[in-house]
Design a protein around this ligand. Structure first.
Ligand code: ATP
Length: 238
């Protein structure tokens, strides 16, 4: 039996009159990589923001490892083991690479573990090691995405939320980043990934949910969805 790590149950979110998420229910099991795919404005970013406590829901429940976190504040959600790599990276652009990495661990006290994880991140992304003292705002888009992921991983999360990691990046860089995401998964991290690039998401994730104008329209294993004619027409250009 798969062990549910994250459960969203009939979540409803509004921005004023806009009903951005409508009865959204989904489950991420321990050890899985799950994707949410959907067009621009479907509600993908809103779903991740709700899990991180950045947006409050009007109704519905969010459970993480059997704890109700629906109304928990963000810092508590981070310390419970969830880390969010937001859309557009949002690194501290006037600080160095090394300072950004260190800040990712701001809630931790285990100096030895922090150092080991920083070394591990530098081994996953050697370019960040080479640029440790460079000001983050001067990195390329791909390097900033690597740094955003590295910084999130420094909080030692059990669940990583990734918002559009491939956005605006060249195919080779996307490949490199997903290679690292797979290594995080192999190390035991559970991953919830939001992507507009449906092909990329379905070629990496174990399962996926299709979000259309705030509702879950379909869900299944990635191979079921890749072979679904409707999905092929709507999202895979075929
Ligand atoms: P994108 O890929 O463009 O980020 P998305 O699937 O992540 O799209 P959301 O950003 O979650 O979609 O937006 C869902 C809906 O909520 C859209 O109709 C959007 O216009 C609306 N929305 C999002 N943020 C706000 C906000 N701060 N205020 C008002 N409406 C918003």
């Amino acid at each position: 039996m798969p062990e549910a790590m994250l459960e969203l149950e009939k979540l409803n979110i509004y921005y004023g009159n806009i009903h951005a998420l409508q009865d959204v229910s989904l489950t991420v099991n321990k050890g899985e990589m799950v994707a949410i795919i959907g067009a621009n404005g479907a509600g993908k970013t809103t779903t991740l923001a709700a899990i991180s406590g950045l947006i409050q829901s009007k109704s519905g429940k969010i459970r993480f490892e059997n704890q109700d976190i629906t109304h928990a504040p963000t810092h508590q959600i981070v310390s419970s083991g969830i880390s969010h790599v937001p859309e557009g990276r949002q690194i501290f652009s006037s600080l160095s690479v090394a300072e950004n990495i260190r800040l990712g661990a701001y809630q931790r006290r285990d100096q030895k573990g922090i150092q080991e994880d920083a070394n591990w991140i530098y081994s996953l992304f050697p370019v960040l090691k080479d640029r440790r003292s460079q000001i983050a705002g001067t990195l390329s888009g791909g390097e900033q995405q690597m740094l955003a992921i590295g910084r999130s991983v420094m909080s030692n999360p059990r669940l990583l939320l990734l918002d559009e990691p491939s956005m605006g990046l060249a195919p080779l860089i996307v490949e490199l980043i997903f290679d690292v995401i797979n290594q995080l998964k192999e190390r035991g991290m559970t991953i919830l990934l939001v992507e507009q690039n449906a092909y990329q998401a379905l070629s990496q994730a174990d399962r996926a949910y299709v979000l259309e104008t705030g509702r879950i329209k379909l869900s299944g294993t990635s191979s079921e969805l890749i072979n679904n004619e409707e999905i092929q027409k709507a999202y895979l250009g075929g």
